[in-house]
Design a protein around this ligand. Structure first.
Ligand SMILES: Nc1ncnc2c1ncn2[C@@H]1O[C@H](COP(=O)(O)OP(=O)(O)OP(=O)(O)O)[C@@H](O)[C@H]1O
Ligand SMILES: [Mg+2]
Length: 252
């Protein structure tokens, strides 16, 4: 997406590590010892069949669910004893459903977090929101209601909203899955820009083009475990495990 506004302007990038993460819901052992390491300023895509634990992994990494075993580290330091809200502020999340407030304008949606959580006053928050909307090409929609925007535009607002909190890390969970095919491109272009600008990102996606061409690292999960991980070339042209080969043959 051609624009002159940097999406990432928040100091040095950080690394994120999950070590031996376990989570059960009752007797459903959903994460069974997951290891993941995202180098500072790189993008890792997480692929795998439905129910393999991809969304749960993201929710454990930002402690929406507390892991029952294992550790989470940012730049090599455990964050499990930190205030979880503080951790969540460092991680921006974008979901399949945009979850914008329908009765607020686009700009108000972006302003809310910075006003409440970063303590910005009205004018500061408005200026930040406009700048952030400009960076996703939507400043002209600042005073519109979300419902008057296309799905792709709404998702770009959701990305602007997450970026307005100046996160150090971004998580995307199937961010393009609910979009009409013609709208996917704009959102993927924005995610590509973010990757290229050196944001540390974990992207759960079915978009194999993005996984192959944009991400630095691919993690294949099945049944709550990381079955295979590697550079995109290796995952897509030299898969080792039968499970990954089968998965790729079904989706490519
Ligand atoms: N809040 C929850 N309570 C109970 N079980 C849950 C909860 N969230 C997820 N699960 C279970 O955890 C398992 C993994 O779910 P998860 O949503 O992480 O899979 P996924 O890989 O993201 O799948 P999809 O590709 O369909 O989004 C499933 O068996 C699911 O039913
Ligand atoms: Mg999911």
């Amino acid at each position: 997406m051609a624009n002159s506004h940097p999406l990432v302007d928040r100091g040095a990038a950080v690394s994120l590590t999950g070590q031996d993460l376990h989570l059960s819901f009752g007797d459903n052992h959903v994460l069974r010892g997951v290891d993941i390491h995202v180098e500072a300023g790189t993008t890792t895509t997480v692929i795998g069949p439905s129910g393999s634990g991809k969304s749960t992994l993201l929710r454990v990494l930002n402690r929406l669910h507390e892991p029952q075993q294992g550790d989470i580290l940012i730049d090599g330091r455990s964050v499990l004893k930190d205030d979880p809200d503080q951790l969540r502020r460092r991680i921006g999340m974008v979901f399949q459903q945009f979850n914008l407030f329908p009765h607020r304008t686009v700009a108000q949606n972006v302003e809310l977090g910075p006003r409440k959580l970063l303590g910005l006053d009205k004018d500061e928050a408005r200026a930040l929101a406009i700048a952030q909307l400009e960076s996703v090409g939507l400043a002209h929609k600042a005073d519109a209601r979300p419902s008057t925007l296309s799905g792709g535009q709404q998702q770009r607002v959701a990305i602007a909203r997450a970026l307005a909190m100046h996160p150090q890390i971004m998580f995307f969970d199937e961010a393009t899955s609910a979009l009409d095919p013609e709208l996917v491109k704009g959102v993927l272009a924005l995610m590509t820009d973010l990757s290229e600008q050196g944001m540390t990102m974990i992207v759960v996606t079915h978009e194999m083009g993005y996984a192959r061409d944009v991400s630095d690292h691919v993690v294949f999960m099945d049944e709550g475990m990381v079955v295979e991980t590697g550079a995109p070339e290796q995952i897509f042209t030299d898969a080792r495990s039968d499970r990954l080969k089968t998965f790729l043959s079904q989706i490519l």
